[in-house]
Design a protein around this ligand. Structure first.
Ligand SMILES: Cc1cc2nc3c(=O)[nH]c(=O)nc-3n(C[C@H](O)[C@H](O)[C@H](O)COP(=O)(O)O)c2cc1C
Length: 185
């Protein structure tokens, strides 16, 4: 039987902030389910021995997690092996649509798969992030369109993230409190 006040570290690596927002939302959701949650940038992560579980997330750049996330996992492999770990990434794959997009969105880039397999998480989820149109070259826009992309801006799916938080909390047998968490966008 799990403790009703599981101690959970929610760690994130972000370049432009959208992964941090998602981590904050996850932390708020788990807190609402009575967990004792510490939220931290992965480069300022607390000592892991104080926790029962870790939710670790990173933005995707160039089909890889951010380097600070990959090196954190490499440097804390033993500590992570003693904990229940949930892993998420934030990129554009889950925002792709149509027959091509559906195929591409199911592919986990090899470098991310290697990190995932090294921590053997309870679950790994790829969430859609943000894609501001103004930063994208014409070439990249054409490629994105061919892959099944077309939507720009804030593509985060808060319902999907919320459902994942519920699944984590249920796995940890945290009590339901009925609190509703408002997402940041
Ligand atoms: C330099 C750069 C490279 C990126 N490379 C990828 C990529 O290879 N695959 C992907 O799905 N998304 C990629 N993205 C999109 C980001 O993952 C997405 O914008 C995400 O929301 C960024 O998270 P952050 O705001 O926490 O930094 C890239 C974004 C940037 C700025």
């Amino acid at each position: 039987m799990e403790s009703n006040n599981s101690r959970i570290a929610v760690l994130y690596a972000t370049a432009q902030g959208s992964t941090r927002d998602i981590a904050e939302y996850i932390a708020a959701g788990l807190t609402a389910r009575t967990a004792q949650v510490e939220l931290a940038d992965i480069e300022h992560a607390p000592e892991l021995t104080r926790f029962d579980a870790v939710v670790l997330g990173s933005a995707v750049h160039d089909m890889d997690l951010l380097p600070e996330a990959t090196s954190y996992v490499r440097n804390h492999r033993e500590a992570l092996a003693n904990l229940r770990v949930w892993l998420f990434s934030v990129g554009l794959g889950p925002a792709l649509r149509g027959p091509v997009g559906r195929i591409i969105s199911r592919i986990v880039p090899p470098k991310i798969a290697a990190v995932r397999d090294s921590v053997a998480p309870r679950d790994y989820r790829a969430f859609a992030g943000c894609y501001p149109r103004e930063n994208v070259s014409l070439k990249a826009r054409v490629l994105y369109r061919l892959m099944g992309g077309g939507r720009y801006g804030d593509l985060r799916d808060w319902a999907a993230i919320g459902a994942w938080v519920t699944a984590i909390a249920d796995t940890l047998q945290l009590p339901h409190t009925g609190d509703v968490i408002i997402h940041p966008s």
